[in-house]
Ligand binder design. Structure first.
Ligand SMILES: Cc1cc(C(=O)N2CCN(C)CC2)sc1-c1cc(O)c2nc[nH]c(=O)c2c1
Ligand SMILES: [Mg+2]
Length: 214
């Protein structure tokens, strides 16, 4: 049967990237999405903003909501200090299977814990399953209608500390208006918008960085 877009993306990585070289995996995916098939990776423009925030925070505990094919997982994991791991949650088993292979091709499998399931189910399990007290950095890139319920879940589960940084993709396109209103109005967050474009297009989009104030 016909292959899927994630499977074709994996093939492009295996053909064009160098094993163990995260930068070449990132470039191969961006090339595939620019010249072959658009796909919903955070992309190179927003990816550079992601890189700068991760570098600034230098987190010891990291959570990514929405692995998809592992592009942003590779972007984040390649910047983490030795011994630091990131937990990434993916709802779709077929996407998780491709992501696992792309992360391994980049040589970053020892820095990543990929968990299949829904964020609503898994967030309350973070402390018991992974020994997390609080997260230093969270990247929200899963489903626009889950951003607001999940940030409330982080608060309820005591997973945020003074200074925890949340970075949210797609706050303009597809758009997360209720989440934006919440973090921008709440006195418990200091929020900043980073304008950019929807990956591989000229459509307006951006990232919202929100620091939890405790
Ligand atoms: C699926 C999709 C289609 C979009 C769009 O406007 N399109 C018009 C322009 N053409 C070219 C592409 C398609 S934007 C988008 C999207 C983008 C992300 O970064 C996402 N991240 C996480 N979870 C998502 O569901 C998610 C969806
Ligand atoms: Mg996205």
């Amino acid at each position: 049967t016909r292959s899927t877009r994630p499977q074709r993306m994996l093939k492009a990585v295996q053909k064009n990237a160098t094993k163990g070289n995260p930068k070449s995996v990132i470039s191969a995916i961006d090339y595939f999405c620019k010249h072959s098939e658009w796909a919903m990776n955070v992309g190179d423009e927003k990816g550079s903003i992601l890189d700068s925030v991760v570098t600034e925070v230098n987190p010891s505990t990291v959570l990514e909501l929405g692995t998809y094919c592992g592009y942003s997982t590779v972007r984040i994991a390649r910047l983490l200090s030795p011994g630091t791991k990131l937990i990434t949650l993916e709802f779709n088993p077929a996407n998780a299977a491709v992501a696992k292979q792309i992360i391994a091709y980049a040589g970053l499998q020892d820095k990543v814990i990929l968990v299949e399931g829904s964020s609503g189910d898994l967030i309350p399990q973070m402390k018991e399953r992974f020994g997390i007290t609080t997260f230093d950095f969270i990247f929200l890139d899963h489903w626009k209608d889950r951003y607001l319920p999940d940030i409330k879940l982080f608060e309820e589960c005591g997973l945020l500390r003074k200074g925890s940084v949340l970075l949210a993709d797609n706050v303009i396109c597809p758009g997360t208006p209720e989440y934006l209103e919440y973090v921008r109005k709440s006195p418990r967050y200091e929020s900043k918008y980073f304008p950019a474009h929807l990956e591989y297009t000229k459509v307006e989009d951006g990232l919202e960085k929100s620091v939890f104030l405790g």
